[in-house]
Design a protein around this ligand. Structure first.
Ligand code: F6R
Length: 609
């Protein structure tokens, strides 16, 4: 986790870095700090959010500094405190580092360095890095010292180092934690992701694992730790700054919920050929033979992306008739999974940087299995490590709670299931009908969003409850899980999702007049069964909030509150039913005074195990 930032050029480095860190704050917000250099080394770091640090800084006084680094932290080793905040400096206060990742052998390095009288002040794993560099910096240049030091590190790092002895350069290194360099006009910006770079330049280079860059304001040199000097190509970012602004919404999460008509369209745009009943997913990079050989698909993901994977299981098994398994990435990698010829692994990740998902991907690849990815962030590690895949094109998702990425992932999974179904049993006429219905979804999502005020009123009624149950069946069971996750992560209310019929095997014991139960109850083939489950809740005085189809009058008999959504084909239903659940969670959290975009203890991209 953590966001890191570096700048070298002719501007006031402190301003550029603090503004960049604000864009990276979703990656962690336990503490923030900056280090600047020209002939001296200036460091300021504080526990708490970036605003805390910002209020300490006198930017006009710091204007002479044109080189610097910054950090926003998500604590792993050591409590959030001023002392544990980055940047960390060496004993002579000559060099400083910001680090994102985990150094697994930090205790062993710490012990050795202490024998050489290094004064390591913090509890972090990161501080050992700068003392190790200091050790080599007695005999080598800064770039050489960093290269010597990083080969001693076990674990993951994205790091940037500055020195007051060589203030005209930044040294950046990467292994397992994302890092990219923005190439500006006589300036360079380094960041954990493109959101902090885009306002300066669209030209970027993504560092690869085990690479070290020496960066000056007008040029750079890239070194591979094994091969030495390497050539690196410059890529172009294809989205703009408006995509990462709030644009009048109180929170990014709300903006992202409201973007869904457009982001869902972006997910299917250019991928359907309605006249021919065809789906095009060129990024899969699978030969005809490989496609025909698929015997089993294994989705691997975490959190919300895992819920999308569960929906993928329903879709692909029902429409393409291929067996599917859905794995938690964190479990898969440690479980000696059985993988065979004919298996296809598909990892799903919004950020493309989730450490568990990346490790699972590598595990599958090491067994000779083809791995595809469904990701949002272009150029992210997972997309580069996989054999092919599909971008969801949801645009930057800043709110920590995933919303638009989920519906975009589901959109791509719908396309994938149709693509595979077409090669098996489904004919082009059927595909044409599904495409037609899919194309109508954004308009239907807009209709639901126009009910925002009504959903807010329901949130007002239930905001003080301590527990919620979410129940759904079939393809809407994962939506129940997702609704519960949204509520718990941003409002800190305990919520559970269950298949509706499982309720009677345990959770029913929890139901009394204080338990709100959210039912996802579209009028599909198991609708009548869901009504029976509602009956069971009602009999125990539970309060029912139902997500039901417009025109469904029967449900009035059961539910205390009904949020109507347009009826759609079953396959498309999660794209519709999840929207009111996102809004419900959002409003409850806002009413409880929670910081919706940055919930406690969470970070957007979980790049640690
Ligand atoms: C929940 C949420 C997380 C992520 C999970 C995986 O709202 O955002 O559960 O879904 O950490 O992240 P990605 O998709 O980036 O791999």
């Amino acid at each position: 986790m953590c966001g890191i930032m570096g700048y070298i050029g002719s501007k006031n480095a402190s301003e550029v870095i603090i503004n960049g860190l604000a864009r990276l704050e979703y990656r962690g917000y336990d503490s923030a700090g900056i280090a600047l250099t020209n002939k001296d080394l200036y460091i300021n770091k504080k526990a708490g959010k970036i605003s805390n640090l910002r209020s300490e800084l006198d930017f006009s006084e710091l204007a002479p500094y044109n080189t610097g680094i910054g950090h926003t932290r998500w604590a792993t080793h050591g409590i959030p405190s001023d002392l544990n905040a980055h940047p960390h400096s060496d004993c002579k206060n000559e060099i400083a580092v910001v680090h994102n990742g985990i150094i697994e052998n930090h205790s062993a390095i710490r012990q050795i360095l202490q024998k050489y009288d290094h004064d390591i002040k913090s509890e972090t794993d990161s501080e050992v890095i700068i003392h190790l560099i200091e050790y080599y910096y007695e005999r080598y240049s800064l770039a050489e010292a960093v290269m010597k030091a990083v080969v001693r590190l076990e674990g993951t790092y994205g790091l940037i180092v500055i020195s007051k002895r060589e203030p005209e350069k930044l040294i950046a290194a990467r292994n397992g934690s994302p890092l990219l360099v923005g190439i500006g006009d006589n300036e360079m910006i380094i960041s954990s992701d493109a959101s902090a770079i885009i306002e300066h330049t669209r030209k970027v280079i993504y560092l690869k694992d085990r690479e070290v860059f020496e960066i000056k304001r007008d040029n750079f040199m890239a070194f591979d730790l094994e091969k030495g000097l390497v050539d690196r190509e410059i890529e172009e970012i294809d989205w703009n700054i408006e995509a990462i602004e709030k644009q009048g919404y109180d929170y990014f999460m709300l903006k992202e919920i409201f973007e869904q008509p457009e982001t869902i369209s972006n997910g299917f745009r250019g991928r359907t050929v309605q006249d021919y009943g065809m789906i095009r997913l060129d990024g899969l990079r699978l030969s005809e033979e490989e496609l025909n050989e698929i015997n089993r698909i294994i989705f691997i993901a975490c959190g919300t992306s895992w819920h999308a994977g569960l929906i993928g299981e329903y879709l692909i098994e029902e429409y393409a008739r291929i067996p599917v398994e859905v794995e938690y990435a964190s479990e898969f990698r440690y479980r000696k999974p059985i993988l065979r010829r004919g298996d296809l692994v598909i990892v799903i990740s919004q950020s493309g940087e989730t450490a568990d998902t990346l490790a699972a991907l590598k595990e599958a690849k090491s067994k000779g299995i083809k791995v595809l990815s469904i990701c949002n962030v272009v150029g992210s590690t997972i997309t580069r490590e996989s054999d092919g895949g599909v971008y969801i094109h949801a645009g930057p998702e800043i709110g920590v709670a995933s919303t638009k990425a989920f519906t975009s992932q589901v959109t791509v999974l719908i396309l994938l299931s149709l693509f595979l179904a077409r090669r098996r049993d489904m004919n082009s006429e059927e595909i044409k009908v599904y495409i037609e219905h899919l194309l109508a979804i954004p308009e239907k999502v807009s209709q639901i969003l126009s009910n925002n005020d009504y959903i807010r009123d329901i949130a007002e009624i239930y905001k003080d409850k301590s527990n919620f149950l979410y129940l759904g069946r079939g393809i809407n069971f994962p939506v129940a899980l997702e609704g519960a996750l949204k509520l718990k992560e941003i409002s800190y209310i305990h919520a559970e999702g269950y298949p509706a019929a499982e309720m009677k095997h345990g959770p029913i014991a929890l139901i009394d007049e204080n338990m709100p139960v959210v039912f996802i109850a579209p009028r599909d083939e198991i609708y009548s069964k869901v009504l029976s489950n509602m009956e069971e809740v009602k009999a125990r005085k539970g309060k029912i909030i139902a997500i039901a189809n417009q025109g469904d009058n029967d449900i009035k008999e059961y539910a205390d509150h009904i949020i109507y959504v347009p009826p759609v084909r079953k396959m498309l239903s999660p794209l519709i039913t999840v929207i009111p659940l996102q809004l419900l969670a959002y409003h409850v959290a806002v009413m409880k005074g929670c910081n919706v975009d940055q919930p406690r203890n969470l970070a957007k991209s979980v790049t640690v195990e």
